[in-house]
Design a protein around this ligand. Sequence first.
Ligand code: FES
Length: 277
Amino acid sequence: MYKVVERRMIVPNMHEFTVLAPAVAESVKPGNFIIVRPDASGERIPLSVADWDREAGTVTSIFMQVGASTAKLARLKPGDSVPTFVGPLGRETVIDKFGTVLLVGGCYGIGSIYPTARALKEAGNKVVTLIEARSSFLLFWEDKLARASDKVLVITRDGTKGQKGHVSRIPEMMQRAGIVPDLVIVNGCTFQMMQVSRLTKPLGWKTIVNMNPIMIDGTGMCGVCRLTVGGKTKFACVDGPDFDGHEIDWEEFLARRKTYNPEEVDPLRRSTCRSHF
Ligand code: FES
């Protein structure tokens, strides 16, 4: 059993989740993920790693409550335990001296982009971090990201902070700031990663995305996480989760991602309804 050190909602529907798992904390790297089960009968949930403390032996993830399984995670309290906490899984993000790196984070990716920013800065890159949300009240970890970046830019869809709009504003924002990235790395929801990849392709900006498919074992055995990259079948859990965003078959990936939406969301809807009576 793994002890929950912290589980708190940091912005609506988004939770910071820290677990005592010294073996994972010892070797985790930016871009890795873990698989957690909230209880003995629960599903295996893959979560990107957002931070760790090797001395304390803790690992932190940010997750969004979207369905029945993440609702169970969201009910955990400090001091509770989870039966499964496996990791670090997947290949780590390649950290090198690239020059200027634009990191784009949205949703839970605002958290998981943080260790990548920190490592790239330590490697001597100029790190420009851009975070995006529907509104300013959905942003988090801005102070942590500012410490790990040379510049932090914000886009909110309602204009309550930073640039008003969507990630489609990135090229003009970069032009205004006089930035031509040598590499773009995107962490966040599938749609955002797809949009950024489609924007950067004609500009010739190499773009790495940290993919988030449905997973079961996380070790290349079940095949559930497969996706097509450059016309070839890959498994996100062992070949990724980082891939070249310009080579992914996004339509296929989006369709596979939605496969279990009814099974995931309907039980939540039923249990939420019951709680009102
Ligand atoms: Fe089973 Fe990747 S999660 S093969």
